[in-house]
Design a binder for this molecule. Structure first.
Ligand code: ADE
Length: 225
């Protein structure tokens, strides 16, 4: 998979992509992540990428010029499955969309700033608008990092057996059951007997029951979907 990210703050994204699973996925050649500074596409003398909003009001708007130039130049080279705009008024990110995006060949992600991008960029280019939750961040970069992490870990070969995504919360519609490791007792709290039993059938049944109970308690909405 190839992921291109358009941003005015590429330095915000270097960190999340240079460690752990995302780094390994790139090292293994399973994903290429390319950061593009929207300022590089500005024709303005001062490399400006934003302007006052028509109709007045506080806050600047990201201009059409540099963003459309950047998208046009990338679209001339790559066929994007989706052109994604990170925005608090988009569809809330959830596991089914991550699963779907993990099958893509090329993704283009646009990070907004200030009051957001000129609506005409959304009308002309964007195929998916994604929010990571009902709160407003300073920009789309951290949201993009979360989206990329959630998608890339699902690409076959990125996770090994130990970190397999198949047993993640949400993947089967349930939250994950509790997990334990050594020691068998800590501050009077014992590991449930069944996990020490060595009986895989009993362990599986216990995990299933725990996952159901946890989901009923914490996320009953998942059970009514
Ligand atoms: N940009 C600012 N806030 C955001 C959010 N909650 N999700 C996605 N992009 C954003």
């Amino acid at each position: 998979m190839r992921i291109d990210i358009l941003t005015v703050l590429p330095e915000l994204l270097n960190g999340p992509f240079s460690a752990s699973i995302l780094k390994r996925a790139q090292d293994k050649g399973l994903v290429e992540i390319h950061l593009h500074n929207i300022r590089d596409y500005s024709t303005d003398r001062h490399n400006n990428v934003d302007d006052y909003q028509y109709g007045g009001g506080a806050g600047m708007v990201m201009s059409v010029g540099p963003i459309s130039k950047a998208i046009d130049s990338l679209c001339a080279k790559y066929r994007y499955d989706e052109i994604i705009y990170m925005t608090p008024d988009g569809d809330t990110l959830a596991q089914p969309l991550c699963n779907q995006l993990s099958l893509a060949q090329n993704l283009l992600i646009l990070c907004g700033h200030y009051k957001g991008v000129d609506q005409r960029i959304r009308d002309l280019y964007v195929t998916k608008e994604i929010s990571i939750g009902s709160y407003v961040l300073s920009g789309g970069e951290l949201a993009a990092a979360i989206l990329v992490d959630a998608v890339v870990r699902l690409i076959p070969g990125v996770l090994n057996d130990e970190t397999s995504a198949l047993t993640d919360s949400f993947q089967d519609g349930f939250l994950a059951p509790p997990v334990y490791t050594r020691p068998p007792e800590f501050k009077c709290l014992k590991v449930p007997e069944v996990l020490l039993s060595g009986n895989p059938k009993d362990v599986a049944a216990w995990r299933e029951a725990q996952a159901l109970e946890r989901t009923q308690l914490r996320r009953p909405d998942l059970l009514s979907e």
